[in-house]
Design a protein around this ligand. Structure first.
Ligand code: BG6
Length: 481
């Protein structure tokens, strides 16, 4: 199999917050990689902007240092060529300075993309200035980073601020999970194969487990994270997106609105979650290092670094099938997966083998992307008819070799912006629908003053999360198993 790189149209990518961590760690190194593989055409340019008063050479030096740190595999002469495409214009995001110079530096015949790698409080102000200075042409694109709001009200305000200056088809709300190769593969698995679809419903599926486990803690991000917690930071966006792709109806075509229409329907069908169906945790100080409270200002913080919950989708396909979502920091292993548990066989014809287990289809998102199907076989050999579980295991790296090396999520998403493809971006109504589901859950525990339980670093989360499953006669898949 041969990887194909199709160059995009010439573009001017204006990066706000260009000296910030995300820009230097992910976005600019990602653009370098796209340049290295030949996806950036000759006339493509990147214009960094931030408040810092420096010239283009100063910015290139900064970027060179960041590349050493975050993408040390670069080729020196290719990096020089890439840097010749990079410029810098100091701009005061909420003032007047720099906007005219920025406007003059844009070309008229290139795709224009404004990437706001800044906090959400700056989104509306920047959009307004782009509009006022005549830079927001009908064909230009604006890209905004997560978090897209803190609750439904703030998400609505952000949507209004952006839509005052840009049309919905110009707005690209990033959820980097949608740029991950295996997440997209979920759509291929479901809609490019006929095997799974007939089984993908409450008649055959017992339950679904979606896990995004991390080993990192909140170090260095305490100020942001303590205002968010796992519910806002991970569930409202990444895990809801995974749930949507798992549960949605087949779209009529692979177009941005057809796919997003189906995702919105899933979110809108999510039923309210009972507080008894939620387990929240906070990692404690231990042999693994500092605890959550050591990284945040509030020593009595009740913010969760772990959450597990049981969700139900109220529609014909999924009625009665629980979707268990779980995510947390400082857990046993870094592992993200979607596991679809099929119902147990209704009857056994094999005497004395005990209860049969259902099949489990596991889609591993990271690391070691691939697909596993747990099946039951006869144990080989003589001496009676015994059954055991084996996994039909496909690792994408083994199956596809070098072709399994896909671009980083950000690289993929930025190129989609230039191409004008919104399929892997959240639409405004989608973000609002997710907040509308999440808000009452958060209000519930805030009103009751619930504290998260403590859990050990390197564990699978608090005891309550295990109980959530045990009560239903089920078990979580082991993290790092
Ligand atoms: C981010 C969250 O959106 O996703 C972080 O803010 C989290 O808290 C990160 O660590 C996880 O992303 P990935 O790609 O490392 O799984």
């Amino acid at each position: 199999m041969v990887s194909r790189v199709i160059p995009v149209d010439p573009f001017d990518l204006v990066l706000f917050g260009a000296t910030g961590d995300l820009a230097q760690r992910k976005i600019l190194p990602g653009l370098y990689h796209r340049f290295e593989v030949g996806q950036m055409p000759d006339k493509a340019r990147i214009i960094g902007t931030a408040r810092s008063d420096m010239n283009s050479d100063g910015f290139r030096d900064l970027l060179r240092a960041s590349m050493q740190k975050f993408a040390p595999d670069f080729k020196a002469d290719t990096l020089d060529q890439f840097l010749s495409r990079v410029e810098y214009v100091p701009v005061d995001a909420l003032g007047d300075a720099g906007w005219k110079t920025l406007g003059k530096s844009l070309s008229d015949d290139a795709v224009r993309a404004f990437y706001l790698s800044v906090g959400p409080s700056l989104f509306s102000g920047i959009a307004q200035r782009l509009h006022d200075h005549g830079m927001a042409t009908p064909d230009s694109r604006i890209v905004v980073e997560k978090p897209f709001g803190h609750d439904l009200a703030s998400a609505k305000a952000l949507n209004e601020g952006l839509r005052a200056c840009f049309e919905e088809h110009q707005i690209y709300r990033i959820d980097h999970y949608l740029g991950k190769e295996t997440v997209q593969n979920l759509m291929a698995l479901r809609f490019a194969n006929s095997l799974f679809e007939p089984l993908w419903n409450s008649t055959h599926v017992d339950h679904v487990q979606i896990t995004v486990a991390e080993t990192v803690g909140v170090e260095g991000r305490g100020a942001y994270y303590d205002q968010s917690g796992a519910m806002r930071d991970m569930i409202q966006n990444h895990l809801v997106q995974l749930l949507c792709l798992t549960a949605m109806e087949p779209p009529s075509k692979f177009s941005s609105n057809a796919v997003r229409d189906e995702k919105v329907k899933v979110i809108e069908a999510l039923e309210p979650v009972a507080q008894a169906d939620i387990a929240r945790g906070q990692y404690r100080t231990g042999t693994g290092g500092d605890g959550y409270l050591d990284h945040v200002d509030n020593p009595a913080s009740r913010t969760e670094s772990f959450i597990a919950l049981k969700a139900h989708i109220g529609n014909w396909r999924w009625a009665g099938v629980p979707f268990y979502l779980r995510t947390g920091k400082r857990l046993r292993a870094r592992e993200s997966e979607i596991a679809v548990f099929f119902r147990d066989p209704p009857h056994t014809i094999f005497p004395n083998v005990g209860p049969l287990h259902g099949n489990v289809l596991v889609i591993r998102l990271q690391p070691d992307e691939g697909i596993t199907l747990r099946t039951t076989i006869k144990e080989p050999g003589q001496g009676g008819f015994r059954l055991s579980d084996v996994a039909l295991d496909m690792s994408f790296a083994d199956a596809l070799g070098d072709d399994s090396q896909s671009p980083d999520a950000y690289e993929r998403l930025i190129m989609d912006v230039i191409r004008g493809d919104q399929t892997l971006f959240m639409r405004g109504d989608e973000a609002e629908a997710a907040w509308a589901w999440v808000d009452p859950i958060i209000h519930g525990w805030e009103e009751r003053g619930d504290r998260p339980s403590r859990y050990d670093q390197g564990s699978s989360g608090p005891e309550e999360a295990l109980m959530l499953m045990h009560r239903d006669g089920r078990r979580w898949r082991q993290i790092g198993g």
